[in-house]
Design a protein around this ligand. Sequence first.
Ligand SMILES: Cc1cc2nc3c(=O)[nH]c(=O)nc-3n(C[C@H](O)[C@H](O)[C@H](O)COP(=O)(O)OP(=O)(O)OC[C@H]3O[C@@H](n4cnc5c(N)ncnc54)[C@H](O)[C@@H]3O)c2cc1C
Length: 469
Amino acid sequence: MPASRTAYEEHAPASSVVRAALAGSRHGVFWLEDAPGTTYPALVGATTADLAVVGGGYCGLWTAVLAKRRNPGARVVLLEASTIGWAASGRNGGFCEASLTHGEDNGRSRWPEEYDALERLGAANLDALEADVRDLGLDCQFERTGSLSVAVEPHQVEWLRGSPDFLDRDAVRAEIDSPLFLAGEWERDSCALVHPARLARELARVAAELGVEIHEGTRVTDLDAPTRGPVVVRTTGGPVTADRVALATNVFPSLLRRTRMLTVPVYDYVLMTEPLTDAQLASIGWSHRQGLGDLANQFHYSRLTADNRILWGGYDAVYPTGGRVRAAYEERPETFTALATHFLAAFPQLEGLRFSHRWAGAIDTSTRFVAFHGLASRGRVAYAAGFTGLGVGATRFAAEVMLDRLSGLSTERTRLEMVRRTPLPFPPEPFASIGINATRWSLDRADHRGGRRNLFLRTLDAVGLGFDS
Ligand SMILES: Cc1cc2nc3c(=O)[nH]c(=O)nc-3n(C[C@H](O)[C@H](O)[C@H](O)COP(=O)(O)OP(=O)(O)OC[C@H]3O[C@@H](n4cnc5c(N)ncnc54)[C@H](O)[C@@H]3O)c2cc1C
């Protein structure tokens, strides 16, 4: 099949229009600027803990909060190298999905026998998270809007037919009006939206109120785990002698050698518009405020904020050779230009609207596109990482898994094959770059060829390394 242009390329506006839309944008994370927060002191000197949590993103914060719920008397110390929620947790799209498996296809193909349980546990996790938001008073703009997947190419319409939530062209455009949208699927219950940075900072507030000792600006440099007794967590501020340790460092270099090759950073880019006027909003509808995503391999995701800005992200997924997390990777003019072009192709009625912010973040990618969970140092150190862009809800589940395991409990969660098995590691360089870039190139090619996957992608699918988003 010859390559054709995607709908976004077909409907691209003039480059002068794109330039004007981006001209006033500045590099900065809207969510972090829009989230009131407290600062927490760095650790100074030696201390002790029943549980030391490393990492102040959602995973570490949920672990600390839920540990206090299980055992209010426990001494819990949380150590964050920088500031609470500065990384992925404070800069993501805020789609809080029920799925723990990155969708049904990925889950069913990897864990066919336990998929039904995974789906049920994921739905229960989202319900429990919603209850926590309410009961703990987390002020994070939680909205259980569901998500709207849209077909922007004819072959994608076929993928949606047969869904009980199918919306034809008129019905999808009645929800969100874009000339690109050919059909849609509105899953009403399986996704909520949150203000990402507020969720992180509110979790920290609640943790502190429950008695968790939080230290920002405190990097953990090493773990010293003798055969018996407590683990010494060495930090830039002093040692923490802890009975149990939970590692929630995600895409950052693991403190355990064995998990270092299990994640790589893949950079994801985001634009945020100025607030829409009432007339601009009326021109697209969106009164049900769903999370929005298209069905391309290189997909776009989008949503409204509380003050009616539009977040528009995704499409490019860039792996920097060497697999390091670096602020320098967050500025990529060609990607921001492509995103702005695609936004205006989707919503030509918003020409004249300007982007206020642009930013990027490292997606915590694992080879199975789902987090992994493990236990080390004779059951005293637990870890969870590799959420692959699906961590807003799944980190809460991972926190429960780590706490179950650190208590030596056998639960439905800890018995899951998904939890017991670790994914294949990424290969060393240059093979990692070659493989990841070949995958990205092939996915883009499939988007230009009616969704047809080439031999390389079909081979990855066959050996369980493929991902059909
Ligand atoms: C642009 C973008 C969009 C995304 N969109 C979505 C979305 O819409 N929905 C979704 O579900 N997921 C999304 N994700 C993924 C989601 O944000 C993450 O999966 C989730 O935030 C992971 O939380 P975490 O706590 O594991 O990691 P992080 O938030 O990365 O936190 C890890 C923390 O550990 C700290 N740390 C690391 N090493 C050390 C050390 N040695 N000592 C002390 N502290 C340390 C870091 O400083 C960091 O604060 C997105 C990610 C990005 C980047």
